[in-house]
Ligand binder design. Structure first.
Ligand code: ASP
Ligand code: MG
Length: 424
């Protein structure tokens, strides 16, 4: 008997019909002789709607209360799903993140899991019940307050629980048939990726591919837990995220490029006229770190000989830009830089593929494709298996499409079906 952990995303449980359909699927897995533990997200766009509601009563809601509010979304779906399963004649029990033993730090809105003690889940499974767990939430070890893991965090709940329960597989159910070479909403000819490595999936997630939460893949890699990303609307085989996609089951050599990811959620800040002295960059980034801002790309120009000053540009999540600008203004006099420029009309386009390690010319081909498409590159950053560029936000689609075509990723036939979701 295998232990299967299944996670259903918001679009899979968007309404009563969706919940009933998912219940059927869970029962079928159970009937096939497996123990089943299920993690659910909030129904449809519930989390966004709750956030909108919070905004209407307060422009800056306290983190503790916001988490209390948002976790309600997952509690609604877990209870409804347990009811739907009971209605099919099977025993199901729903558990909040806290009841399921998801212990986190106390950082509201972006809590990290520090321990999983799933005693009650194990008990339920032993008693032959199907355990349904609310995703995206836990309880702080110190404050005992309810926390959330950050948007899209149910994936991480699923993998963390699967690891703690030593599950055989973690299935992530979504509204497309797995991970694609690009967002099918932009590139209709995007191809499904049958197998991908943890490291490539991590780069894709970090570069804005919304299909899997970054921390979920990090977690899976740490525990070598295979993830199967698939659609809850079809019975097709999805994408397997594993340590080595080349091992058994695939005779074909992996392509050089796995996919093209994009992200429109970042903004760019330029600190203009920074005196070119030891310690200035350190002071700027120390200030940003103290404000808990995650920096992505950084570019520093060589200083103009005449002025002895330089410009430093960096990208960050748009949502953090007000905090960042405020923090920088506070040190403007101390550092003596001239001004701050802010631009949120940018987008990031990233080419990801383990094959670029051993194939020269990838960068040249990528930049050539962007040039042919008339796309101007504003910033560049690379890792061993990724090249990212910042472009104008309205050029993102053109850049993704051009890169996808240049690396022969276009499928001959349209493969991608988006079964649900509002793309919100
Ligand atoms: N409901 C949460 C969100 O929309 C968590 C999740 O879906 O994974 O971000
Ligand atoms: Mg959601």
């Amino acid at each position: 008997m295998a232990l299967v952990v299944q996670k259903y995303g918001g679009s899979s449980v968007a309404d009563a019909a969706g919940i009933k359909r998912v219940a059927q699927r869970i029962v079928a897995t159970r009937k096939a002789g497996n123990d089943v533990v299920v993690i659910v997200s909030a129904m449809g766009d519930t989390t966004d709607e709750l956030l909108d509601l919070a905004q209407q009563v307060s422009p800056l809601p306290p983190g503790r209360e916001l988490d209390m509010l948002l976790t309600a979304g997952e509690r609604i779906s877990m209870a409804l799903l347990a009811m739907a399963i009971a209605n099919l004649g099977h025993e199901a029990r729903s558990f909040t993140g806290s009841q399921a033993g998801v212990i986190t730090d106390s950082s509201h809105g972006k809590a990290r899991i520090i321990d999983v003690t799933p005693g009650r889940i194990q008990e339920a499974v032993r008693a032959g019940q199907i355990a349904i767990v609310a995703g995206f939430q836990g309880v702080s070890q110190d404050t005992k307050d309810i926390t959330t893991l950050g948007r899209g965090g149910s994936d991480t709940t699923a993998v963390a629980l699967a690891a703690a329960l030593a599950a055989d597989v973690c299935e992530i159910y979504t509204d497309v048939d797995g991970i694609f070479t690009a967002d099918p909403r932009i590139v209709a000819a995007a191809r499904q990726i049958p197998r991908i490595s943890y490291e490539e999936a991590m780069e894709m997630a970090a570069c804005g591919a919304k299909i899997l939460h970054l921390r979920c893949v990090e977690y899976a890699r740490r525990f070598e837990l295979p993830i199967h990303v698939r659609s809850s609307f079809s019975s097709r085989e999805g994408t397997w995220v594993v340590s080595d996609p080349n091992t058994e089951g695939s005779e074909m050599e992996q392509p050089i490029i796995s996919g093209v990811a994009h992200d429109r959620s970042e903004a760019k800040i330029t600190v203009v006229g920074v005196p070119d002295k030891v310690g200035e960059a350190a002071a700027i980034f120390k200030t940003l770190a103290a404000a808990e801002i995650n920096i992505d790309m950084i570019v520093q120009n060589i200083s103009a000989a005449a002025t002895g000053r330089t410009d430093i540009s960096f990208t960050l999540p748009s949502a953090d830009s007000t905090v960042a600008v405020t923090a920088l203004k506070r040190i403007q006099e101390q550092i003596g830089f001239e001004k701050i420029l802010f631009d949120d009309q940018i987008g990031k386009v990233s080419l990801v593929g383990a094959g670029m390690r051993s194939h020269p010319g990838v960068t040249a081909k990528f930049f050539g494709a962007l040039a042919d498409a008339g796309v101007n590159i504003e910033m560049i950053s690379t890792s061993e298996i990724r090249i990212s560029v910042i472009v104008g936000q309205d050029e993102v689609d053109a850049a993704v499409t051009a890169a996808h075509r240049a690396f022969d990723l276009d499928a001959d036939q349209v493969e991608a079906v988006v079964y649900g979701g509002t793309g919100r």
